[in-house]
Design a protein around this ligand. Structure first.
Ligand SMILES: NC(=O)c1ccc[n+]([C@@H]2O[C@H](COP(=O)([O-])OP(=O)(O)OC[C@H]3O[C@@H](n4cnc5c(N)ncnc54)[C@H](OP(=O)(O)O)[C@@H]3O)[C@@H](O)[C@H]2O)c1
Length: 262
């Protein structure tokens, strides 16, 4: 098997304190990258910082930032890239609250737009020069299979994922000439706090037990199990590596076959 080697590469993983982002940070560090981990929770990030592998003289660091606050994010990204050019960027954050689109408040859409699309744009715009200078860039957005098939009762999420996917495809076209690839990972149901909260909301909505909701979700997955966050991170590590140099502008579902379309 060809190993994934990210030695001498700097990665920024957003939403890294938990779930999929945390698994990505660990996987990229295992592959040799120096990883900057970003979220709002200083305690969880410091804990993770000490867990990250350091076998290749890696220089990991923490960036405490709120992706709902564009001005703060802009300032912090400006300072980060002065000393730490980014070659691999994982755009990831918490998912919008569950609920139907036609019942959602305008403020919910505004918040999701700010936390996802605007935050991605700010972070990415600061990262691009370092990628150009290194002749190596990987931008990987963690979004959702709802890009291909909207998910019931995730109205705001479905909407913002479509916007991020089209933003990413546009960037892929613009940045390919600089050896920068831009791809989206579409996780299926993955064992994280996000999945737990979605299951709890479904329990309340349909007056069912946790087990009943889980059985319903699993029935729609050909592999009949949820993903582990590490399985999403493995796909991210591949796209982040030199092995994926000619792959850009695509959506990669990691969903056990759940998406019904190609
Ligand atoms: N799990 C699934 O089944 C699944 C399926 C499809 C898509 N997704 C999507 O994949 C993404 C990651 O999911 P996950 O399951 O890993 O979620 P998660 O377990 O809820 O973790 C979310 C991460 O994002 C960070 N975050 C949330 N709001 C933030 C903010 N305003 N600023 C900075 N960081 C913030 C959280 O850290 P702090 O709280 O420390 O800030 C945490 O590290 C989400 O967009 C989710 O909707 C998940």
């Amino acid at each position: 098997m060809i190993p994934i080697n990210l030695q001498n590469r700097n990665a920024l993983v957003c939403g890294a304190s938990k779930g999929i982002g945390k698994a990505c940070a660990i996987r990229l560090a295992q592959a040799g990258a120096s990883v900057c981990i970003l979220s709002r929770n200083a305690v969880l990030l410091e804990e993770l910082l000490h867990q990250l592998p350091r076998t290749q003289y890696q220089n990991h660091q923490v960036l405490i930032a709120n992706m709902e606050d564009p001005n703060d994010l802009d300032k912090k990204m400006h300072h980060l890239v002065l000393n730490h050019p980014i070659h691999i960027l994982i755009n990831n954050t918490g998912g919008p609250a569950a609920g139907q689109a036609h019942l959602a408040k305008v403020e919910e859409f505004e918040l999701a737009f700010k936390q996802h699309l605007i935050a991605n744009q700010i972070i990415t715009s600061h990262a691009i020069q370092g990628m150009k200078d290194a002749n190596y860039g990987r931008i990987i957005n963690i979004i959702s299979t709802s890009v291909k098939q909207p998910i019931d009762n995730l109205g705001v999420s479905n909407t913002i994922r479509g916007a991020v996917a089209n933003w990413a495809k546009t960037l892929a076209n613009e940045l390919a000439a600089f050896h920068i690839t831009v791809n989206n990972i579409l996780p299926g149901a993955t064992r994280t706090e996000r999945l737990e909260s979605i299951i709890q909301k479904e329990q309340l909505l349909h007056h069912k037990t946790q087990q009943e909701i889980e059985q319903l979700l699993l029935a729609a997955i050909p592999m009949k199990r949820f993903a582990e966050p590490e399985e999403i991170a493995n796909a991210v590590a591949f796209l982040a590596s030199p092995l994926a140099a000619y792959i850009t502008g695509i959506n990669v579902p990691v969903d056990g076959g759940r998406t019904k379309s190609l």
